[in-house]
Ligand binder design. Structure first.
Ligand code: DGL
Length: 277
């Protein structure tokens, strides 16, 4: 790899920008290619075959543009496609599920993590397996309305708060009549979808209201960046401003408008690309 590596970052849309934000913090000595497959969003309601096909196309696109390592910054693609694509990928791939489970592992061993994710991620049970490897039990909850709410910028307000309350109520309240349920009461919430960090303050508020105590909320972005930094330690020191190129398979204008709230900085230019699926 070159001294200043080119890291490809791939998501179904904007959510992976929350991961890019952490990569920029942890690996300022790299350059970045970010590809959002917004034309196929949401991945979370699609089949494994479709998500694998889209992810394979994205890997081809990013490697043809010079990516030397690719972060699959999408939980759904990491859950459904990563394992089958790793063997054939010409460059190393890093997913977000393992790091997400590791981020939860600060909770005492044997405790339960509540994983909020898309329907496809939940159905794959990828988080249940990754949490088990980290010594945690997992309760997985699909929250299909969160992605469209975040895409519309509805990250606070009464409607989103009510929806979060409905999703969280059953999985956060222990059943007083079931002696085993107290043990299953989650002690940490994992944001198992890259869109959800934008809902973090709202989810923290709602979870505390339901549980009666603060429930720590973690996401995979920082843990993923730390894992990437272990592979590319020479990129952890700043070497001038990183170059970042953005690509989207749907409206470049929409990407440039919505992306900054995920990335935390302005996005000057977005190039439209079509994937070869
Ligand atoms: N980025 C996806 C994830 O992390 C969520 C959006 C989608 O459904 O495509 O699972």
């Amino acid at each position: 790899m070159s001294k200043r590596p080119v890291i490809g970052v791939f998501d179904s849309g904007f959510g992976g920008l929350t991961v890019l934000r952490e990569l920029l913090r942890h690996l300022p000595g790299a350059d970045y290619l970010y590809l959002g497959d917004s034309a196929h969003l949401p991945y979370g309601s699609k089949s494994q075959a479709a998500v694998t096909r889209f992810t394979a196309s994205a890997i081809r696109e990013l490697t043809s543009r010079g990516a030397e390592l690719i972060v699959i910054a999408c939980n759904t693609a990491s859950a459904l496609a990563l394992a089958s694509l790793e063997a054939t990928s010409p460059v190393p791939l890093i997913g977000v599920i393992g790091p997400g489970a590791e981020a939860a592992a600060a909770a005492p061993a044997g405790s339960t993590a509540l994983v909020l994710a898309t329907e496809a991620t939940v159905a794959s049970h990828a988080y249940a397996h990754a949490c088990a490897a980290a010594g945690l039990n997992a309760v997985e909850k699909a929250c299909p309305l969160f992605v469209p709410l975040v895409e519309e910028g509805w990250v606070s307000g009464a409607i989103t708060e009510q929806i979060a309350e409905v999703y969280l109520r059953d999985v956060l309240i222990a059943d007083a009549h079931d002696p085993e349920s107290a043990e299953a009461t989650p002690s940490v919430i994992v944001l198992g979808c890259t869109h959800y960090p934008l809902l973090r303050p709202l989810l923290e508020r709602v979870a505390e209201r339901i549980a009666g105590i603060p429930v720590p909320v973690v996401d995979s972005a920082e843990a993923t960046a730390r894992r990437t930094a272990q592979l590319l330690p020479y990129a952890t020191a700043a070497l001038g401003e990183p170059r970042i190129a953005f690509f989207a398979t749907d409206s470049a204008a929409k990407f440039a408008r919505l992306g900054p709230q995920f990335l935390g900085r302005e996005i000057d230019h977005v190039e439209h690309v079509d994937l070869d699926d």
